[in-house]
Design a protein around this ligand. Structure first.
Ligand SMILES: Cc1cc2nc3c(=O)[nH]c(=O)nc-3n(C[C@H](O)[C@H](O)[C@H](O)COP(=O)(O)OP(=O)(O)OC[C@H]3O[C@@H](n4cnc5c(N)ncnc54)[C@H](O)[C@@H]3O)c2cc1C
Length: 449
């Protein structure tokens, strides 16, 4: 059975950060599209770790995808794409249905990467969506309420693993009996960041109920914990042979390309879609690629800022490709090349510390967490643009969702916004590791911890 696309023939696959920003750009250019995405919610992923401590609620991190797209003039098809026929210009939707396109914008992101480790699907808790993180938060709360010792294993020492650890410590570090083990296969935490960040994280985690084990690969996840790969050196006392017992295993193993993309002619050797500088697929000039699913030129890692920027550019280029589309005085619009902007990464460790990470230096200070919060608030309100005024009660609810006690803590508790030294920052260069700014905050913080 063939589904009808919008009259424009434009189809967007995936309405996450890249797909939604592309949809908005098309709408601004007066173009309508059919958007395919199986999930009813747009979710702001960079803050979902805060569900573990209850700092955010599911509702505060979600927007109704259908309403967002309808306000932009697009149609949502709540289905999952399972394949593509480039020569026939058709998408497969499950076994039976097809969706023709004239121009396609691919923005379906990545999927959880189990790294080929046995038992991940059956026993580990994924960390990729609001539902995933809410489930982790609820299970953690039940375990902590039981009053018995609780052992948590987090697999992955990247941004997701570190931020999960921070939220668990924010909420439960005072509970006797909690122990968290963070396992990382690479030689250090946050492997793509300057090495000083690993040092700074370890300093902050000293004295906490945490064991960090780098260069440690997991061979299997079981109902009772994890089995470590044979070459892992036995470093911690809690390791009995190659087994590590855990009440809960959180899996933050990164992302890989969706199978249907990896199988298609769009994919390069690593499974991700390849792109030209104008974000077109080398396999078809009628396909543009943006966000995590593409190997975007000049981009290191997969970040929200690149997904948002690439979505806008891919949509502009798609619009410019229409024959007869003119700009200014009769000049045809040219497709533009994508330029990755080196946006720093913001990393939070619960209420212990926050970091702004660039390729050659790391700036620390808990006030940076408020920057991450402000970016989240800004984008959620911006995405809600068409309903901004009607959304105000929702934004107020999001802000109010902190509750009075949390606001009070945010302002006045140790490390709170109004505490002396809160806004002081510390900076370290990638090489040398010398602390350039030791200040009152640093001293106060050490006393606190
Ligand atoms: C837990 C977590 C924390 C993160 N933290 C940060 C951070 O702090 N800073 C930062 O910069 N980045 C962070 N990221 C990365 C950032 O969220 C991604 O780079 C960004 O979401 C990529 O946007 P995207 O639109 O390409 O993909 P996504 O946001 O993943 O959206 C993909 C969309 O495609 C849909 N889709 C998937 N498959 C199909 C299909 N077959 N058919 C139709 N639709 C489909 C999905 O339902 C989804 O809506 C984080 C990611 C995660 C998971």
């Amino acid at each position: 059975m063939s589904r009808g696309a919008d009259a424009s023939g434009i189809v967007i696959v995936g309405a996450g950060m890249a797909g939604l920003s592309a949809a908005r750009r098309l709408s601004d250019l007066g173009l309508r599209a059919t958007v395919v995405d199986p999930s009813p919610w747009f979710e702001w992923l960079p803050n979902i770790h805060e569900l573990l401590s209850g700092r955010k609620t599911p509702a505060s991190l979600r927007l109704d995808r259908q309403a967002l797209l309808a306000a932009m003039g697009h149609r949502l098809l709540a289905q999952r794409v399972t394949g593509i026929d480039l020569s026939a210009q058709r998408l497969h939707l499950g076994e039976q249905e097809e969706l023709p396109y004239d121009r396609l914008l691919l923005a379906c992101g990545g999927v959880d990467h189990d790294r080929g480790v046995e038992g991940v699907a059956g026993h580990a808790l994924p960390f990729k969506s609001v539902d995933d993180c809410y489930a982790i938060g609820s299970r953690l709360a039940r375990l902590m309420a039981s009053g018995r010792p609780v052992s948590v294993v987090i697999v992955g020492g990247g941004v997701e693993g570190i931020e999960a650890l921070g939220e668990i410590l924010r909420c439960y570090r005072q509970h006797a009996g909690l122990h968290v083990t963070l396992l990382e296969g690479g030689p250090r935490l946050m492997g793509q960041a300057p090495a000083v960040l690993d040092e700074m994280l370890r300093e902050r985690l000293a004295g906490q109920p945490v064991t960090i084990r780098c260069a440690t690969r997991v061979a299997a996840v079981t109902a009772t914990g994890v089995r470590l790969a044979a070459e892992a050196p036995a470093q911690a006392e809690s390791v009995a042979g190659a087994q590590l017992a855990a009440d809960m295993v959180i899996w933050t193993g990164g992302v890989r390309a969706p199978d249907w993309v990896a199988r298609s002619p769009l994919a390069g050797a690593d499974g991700w879609a390849t792109v030209t500088p104008t974000l077109q697929s080398p396999a078809s000039a009628r396909v543009w690629v943006c966000g995590d699913v593409g190997n975007l030129p000049g981009v290191r890692g997969k970040q929200a800022s690149d997904a948002l920027a690439a979505g806008v550019l891919a949509a502009s280029n798609l619009a410019a490709s229409f024959q007869g589309q003119k700009q200014g005085r009769g000049r045809r619009r040219r497709q533009q090349s994508f330029r990755a902007s080196p946006t720093p990464q913001l990393l939070t460790l619960g209420d212990l510390d926050d970091w702004l990470v660039t390729p050659d230096q790391v700036i620390a200070g808990p006030a940076l967490g408020e920057l991450k919060e402000a970016i989240y608030q800004f984008y959620m309100a911006r995405l809600d643009r068409s309903r901004r005024w009607r959304a105000l009660p929702g934004v107020a609810a999001r802000l109010g969702g902190y509750g009075w006690l949390q606001w009070q803590a945010l302002l006045t508790a140790p490390g709170g916004l109004l505490q002396p030294g809160r806004w002081m920052l510390r900076r370290r260069r990638a090489e040398g590791g010398a602390s350039l700014h030791k200040n009152r905050y640093e001293q106060g913080h050490k006393e606190k911890t």
